[in-house]
Design a protein around this ligand. Structure first.
Ligand SMILES: [Zn+2]
Ligand SMILES: [Zn+2]
Length: 220
C-alpha cells in the first residue's frame, strides 16, 4: 500500500519530480530534444514551402503565406497590401494589418476595407472646419465628442484632413475648435516644418451656425 501510494503521488506531482530512469533521461536530454525538434520543424517548413501547392491555383512552389488564414500561396496568386495603405487610420484592424494575402482573404477583408477607407477620405475632404477663433460662430454647436489630435504632419492641409478623417470615423460631419501649431526642425542645412493640433468632432447643421456677423459685434 505504502509503495503504491508513493508511486501514484510521484506520477501526479508533475514532470520534474518523476524519478524513473526514462523520465530522468528525458529531463537530461530535453534541451537537445527541443533543439532537434525546432531544427527539424524549420527544415520541414522550408522544404514544405518549396514543395507545397498553392491553395489558390494548385501549382507547386507556394513560397508565400496569407497573413490572415496562413494558406500557402504562390507569388502569382498573392495579393499585397502597401504599407502606406490606410495611412490615416490611427490603428489598423487586425484583418488589415498584413502585407500578404490570399485572394479570398483579400477580397473578403482588404477590398471592402479599402473601399470604406476611400469613402471616409472623400467625406473628410468635405468636412465643415471651424477654427478656435470662430467659436462665436459655432457656439450653438454641441461639443459631445472627445477632441481628436494629430502630430507631426508634413503640412497644414494634411493635418486638417487627418483631423477631419477622424471626425468622419467617429460619425460626425465637422470639426470645431481647430487649433494647429507648426514646429520647425533643423536638419543640417535643411529646415522642415511639421504640424500638430487638435479639434473636436461635431455635428454641424446650417441652422446651428451663427452667420449674422453684426451679431458678433453686438451680441445683445
Ligand atoms: Zn497560385
Ligand atoms: Zn487567406
Amino acid at each position: 500500500m505504502g509503495l503504491r501510494k508513493s508511486i501514484v503521488l510521484q506520477a501526479t506531482a508533475g514532470g520534474t519530480s518523476c524519478t524513473t530512469p526514462t523520465a530522468k533521461w528525458f529531463i537530461a536530454n530535453s534541451f537537445v530534444l527541443i533543439t532537434h525538434a525546432v531544427f527539424a520543424k524549420s527544415v520541414v517548413s522550408v522544404f514544405a514551402m518549396d514543395h507545397q501547392k498553392c491553395e489558390t491555383c494548385g501549382k507547386p512552389k507556394a513560397q508565400l503565406q496569407c497573413g490572415l488564414c496562413q494558406a500557402a500561396i504562390c507569388k502569382a496568386c498573392a495579393q499585397f497590401l502597401e504599407p502606406e495603405a490606410f495611412a490615416f487610420l490611427p490603428k489598423r484592424p487586425e484583418a488589415l494589418s498584413f502585407d500578404t494575402y490570399c485572394g479570398p482573404c483579400f477580397d473578403a477583408n482588404v477590398t471592402p476595407g479599402l473601399l470604406s477607407y476611400q469613402q471616409s477620405l472623400e467625406q473628410a475632404k468635405n468636412v465643415e472646419v471651424f477654427n478656435k477663433s470662430q467659436s462665436k460662430e459655432t457656439r450653438l454647436i454641441k461639443r459631445i465628442a472627445a477632441p481628436v489630435q494629430v502630430q507631426n504632419c508634413p503640412d497644414h492641409d494634411e493635418a486638417v484632413l487627418r483631423l477631419a478623417f477622424l471626425a468622419i470615423e467617429a460619425g460626425y460631419n465637422g470639426i470645431v475648435d481647430l487649433e494647429l501649431k507648426s514646429q520647425k526642425h533643423k536638419n543640417g542645412s535643411y529646415q522642415t516644418t511639421t504640424w500638430s493640433g487638435t479639434a473636436t468632432p461635431a455635428q454641424v447643421r446650417e441652422n446651428s451656425l451663427i452667420k449674422d456677423r453684426s451679431f458678433w459685434q453686438n451680441p445683445n
